[in-house]
Design a binder for this molecule. Structure first.
Ligand code: ADP
Length: 407
């Protein structure tokens, strides 16, 4: 009787132990799972944080960055890349051809696999706008030498290329402008030496032509020096209160002779207004504009100088009633060496840079210069300047003054 009882007790105890143990194991498992989940969550959090930091770092780069996987599919494209190529959608997991349709880039990627160094290439892209890019690419290899991706970095060279083009055009234009008067001078000197000097009338005519061309060269060189000085940012403006009435009077007196030669009436409608400006530079602006309106104005015409103010800014207008400027040239006349009528400008001794100097000077004073014209009905050149605080403005000194600026 004792054995069966004992056996039953042992069995019950074993069952209870089994139940207790399985409960314990389950509890331990649950605890281990919880701990594992915590570690996993922390790791996920950490890697998300790292990814965010990496993205923020890549997005703060001025250069476009593209990370590609082993199969050449985009893994990451930074913000600069999106804006360079005008990409507005998510291009991850697409190939370069699918995302950009740029065969040159896909060729570069193929080349990367063949060498372990950085490969650089200049690329011209026409979409979304014309861009010049320097692309540097490198294949990524793991410790075992297996290529697991590539990285491409894009530098925008467009501005640099534009500057280079402008410089080349400038050099070509300057050479052309210098060559014309120089070859004329040389030609006339040679003809004089070959015998023309023995005829006093012919010699005088030739010497006058030489003189005119030498003067053109002098003016051109002076204008080029002014431009280079202004573009280098070396010019220091000596800002002082300048009375526009006084300056207009002086400039119009200086231009009396050429105006009389063309029977042009110079009208001084300048109000009593004072601006803050560098007197010598401002005089150059007035001279260039008045000179042009006499040069390109019509015989027996009228040139008027006036101004109006809004209390803080003065707008000066120099108006003629000559043939005017075609609409497509109104902005371009301020470009260096741009002329509406090349022959006419040269015949008048123009250097083609007068208006670009005007624009530069006005802008360096914080103002703006522009032109308005109706073909056949004259041209008006405007520019603005800051009004001098100690200006004593007689509002109704002339009819041309207005209290508000419309521009
Ligand atoms: P330029 O030495 O040829 O006069 P500018 O830079 O002063 O050079 O002027 C550029 C061009 O603008 C001139 O060649 C001329 O074609 C045009 N232009 C300037 N002022 C006038 C004007 N008042 N009327 C008509 N055309 C003008």
């Amino acid at each position: 009787m004792l054995w069966p009882t004992l056996t039953a007790l042992v069995v019950v105890a074993a069952i209870l132990l089994q139940v207790w143990w399985s409960g314990k194991v389950r509890q331990l498992n649950a605890e281990a799972e919880r701990a594992l989940k915590k570690v996993r969550d922390e790791q996920a959090q950490l890697s998300l944080q790292q990814q965010r930091q990496q993205e923020a770092l890549f997005d703060s780069m001025a250069e476009g960055l593209l990370l590609l996987d082993e199969a050449g599919r985009v893994e990451l494209a930074n913000r600069a890349f999106h804006s360079l190529f005008g990409v507005t959608t998510d291009i991850r997991s697409r190939t370069i051809i699918e995302a950009l349709r740029l065969h040159e880039l896909s060729e570069l990627l193929d080349d990367l696999g063949k060498q372990k160094q950085v490969v650089g290439r200049e690329l011209k892209v026409s979409r979304p706008i014309e861009l010049w890019l320097q692309v540097n690419g490198s294949a990524l290899f793991d410790g075992a030498g297996h290529r697991y991706g590539s990285v491409l970095v894009f530098h925008d060279l467009t501005r640099l290329k534009q500057l280079e083009r402008t410089r080349q055009e400038f050099v070509a234009n300057v050479s052309h402008e210098l060559r014309t008067p120089l070859s004329l001078i040389k030609g006339y000197v040679e003809t004089l030496l070959e015998g023309a000097k023995n005829d006093p009338d012919v010699a005088t005519k030739f010497l006058q032509t030489i003189d005119r061309n030498a003067e053109r060269l002098r003016l051109l060189i002076e204008d080029l020096l002014t431009i280079s000085e202004m573009e280098s940012g070396r010019i220091k403006l000596d800002l002082k209160p300048v009375s526009l009435r006084g300056l207009t009077h002086k400039v119009l007196t200086d231009f009396k002779a050429p105006a009389i030669a063309k029977n042009i009436q110079l009208v001084d409608s300048m109000p009593d207004v004072t601006v803050s400006a560098d007197l010598a530079r401002l005089e150059q602006v007035f001279c260039n504009l008045v000179d042009n309106s006499i040069k390109y104005g019509r015989n027996e015409g009228t040139v008027t100088i006036s101004a109006r103010s809004n209390g803080t800014q003065v707008e000066v207008a120099i108006q003629d009633d000559g043939p005017g400027i075609p609409p497509e040239s109104l902005e371009r006349v301020f470009e260096r060496f741009y002329r509406v009528d090349k022959a006419r400008s040269r015949e008048q001794g123009g250097t083609g840079v007068g208006l670009s100097i005007v624009k530069h000077i006005v802008q360096s004073h914080g103002g703006r210069a522009w032109a308005k014209s109706e073909l056949g009905h004259g041209a008006t050149f405007y520019f603005t300047l800051p009004q001098s605080p100690n200006s004593i403005r007689v509002a109704d000194a002339t009819e041309n003054i207005a209290l508000t600026l419309q521009h």
